[in-house]
Ligand binder design. Structure first.
Ligand SMILES: Nc1ncnc2c1ncn2[C@@H]1O[C@H](COP(=O)(O)OP(=O)(O)OP(=O)(O)O)[C@@H](O)[C@H]1O
Length: 247
C-alpha cells in the first residue's frame, strides 16, 4: 500500500473468529484533527475495529497505517507508544488517588530532554496536569479523592489520563453512557475541544450526541461499511434507516 496524508489509513481490514467475519474487508481513512463517529447495530463490528487498531485483537488480513507506520505488526504497548490512546467503556481510574495523582501517574515515563533534572521535570509534569485538568473541567477537583467524583467526572478523568500521553489518535467507546443530559453536553464540548489538535474516533449510539460531535459518520453493518459521510447525508440514507435508524 502506498503512503497517504491520512493520520489513519485502514485498508481491506478483516478479522474472522472461527470463520465468522466480524470485520470484513473494511477500508476507512481518518484525517488529521478529524472527529469520526462509528455507529451501527449491536454486533456490527464497531468495538472489534477499535480492538484491531489498538492491537488488542490481531487482524486476519489487511492493513492499518498510523502516520504511514503499519500497526498490525506492532504490540499493544508499541501502538500506545506510537501515539494511539484507547478508552474502554468502564473507567479504570485509581479511586483512592486524587485527581491530580491520577493525571500525574499517567505522564509518560522517560519523556522530555530534562529527564535527569528532577525540578524541571516536576514543573513539566505539573504544567501538563494543569493543562489537562482544564481541558477535562476538573481544575476545581484536583485535590479530591477520585472515588468521590460523579460518574461523568470519572469518565472525563480517564480521558484526561489518556490526554497526559498526548496521543495523536484517541479512541473512545460510548463515552457518554450513563451520563446526565448536562454531562453529555459538556462532554460534546470537551470532545470538540480536544479534536482541535488530534484525531478522535468515537463509538456512539446516542444520535443526538453524534450530531453534536461528528465531522463524519461511518455506519457499520455485519462488519462492512453501509454508509459514510456527514451526519445529514448518512441520516437520510435509505439503507441506514432500514438497518439502524428505523429501529
Ligand atoms: N474475540 C471474539 N471471538 C469471537 N467472536 C467475537 C470476538 N469479538 C467479537 N466477536 C463477534 O464479532 C461481532 C462484532 O462484535 P462487536 O463487539 O465488534 O460489535 P459492536 O458493533 O461493537 O456491537 P455493540 O454495539 O453491541 O458493542 C459479534 O458478533 C461478536 O460476537
Amino acid at each position: 500500500m502506498s503512503n497517504t496524508d491520512f493520520v489513519l489509513a485502514v485498508e481491506d481490514l478483516t478479522v474472522s473468529f472461527d470463520g465468522f467475519k466480524a470485520v470484513d474487508n473494511l477500508t476507512m481513512y481518518i484525517d488529521k484533527n478529524e472527529l469520526r463517529v462509528l455507529v451501527g447495530p449491536n454486533g456490527a463490528g464497531k468495538t472489534t475495529v477499535l480492538d484491531l487498531i489498538c492491537g488488542k485483537t490481531k487482524s486476519t488480513g489487511g492493513s492499518i497505517k498510523f502516520n504511514n507506520t503499519e500497526l498490525t505488526k506492532l504490540s499493544e504497548h508499541e501502538i500506545v507508544r506510537s501515539g494511539v490512546g484507547r478508552k474502554f467503556q468502564n473507567p479504570s481510574i485509581y479511586e483512592n488517588l486524587t485527581v491530580y495523582q491520577n493525571l500525574e501517574v499517567s505522564y509518560p515515563k522517560g519523556r522530555g530532554v530534562f529527564g535527569s533534572l528532577t525540578f524541571k521535570r516536576t514543573q513539566e509534569v505539573e504544567d501538563q496536569v494543569r493543562r489537562v485538568a482544564a481541558d477535562i473541567m476538573l481544575t476545581e477537583f484536583l485535590d479530591m479523592e477520585s472515588a468521590l467524583l460523579s460518574h461523568g467526572q470519572k469518565q472525563w478523568l480517564e480521558i484526561g489520563m489518556l490526554l497526559m500521553q498526548e496521543p495523536e489518535l484517541l479512541m473512545l467507546d460510548e463515552p457518554v453512557a450513563g451520563m446526565s443530559a448536562k454531562e453529555r453536553d459538556q462532554t460534546a464540548d470537551l470532545l470538540n475541544r480536544i479534536c482541535q489538535n488530534r484525531s478522535v474516533i468515537v463509538i456512539e449510539h446516542d444520535m443526538e450526541f453524534v450530531k453534536k460531535i461528528a465531522h463524519k459518520v461511518t455506519v457499520l453493518h455485519q462488519g462492512k461499511i453501509l454508509a459514510e459521510g456527514p451526519m445529514e447525508k448518512v441520516q437520510a440514507d435509505e439503507k441506514v434507516i432500514e438497518v439502524y435508524l428505523g429501529h
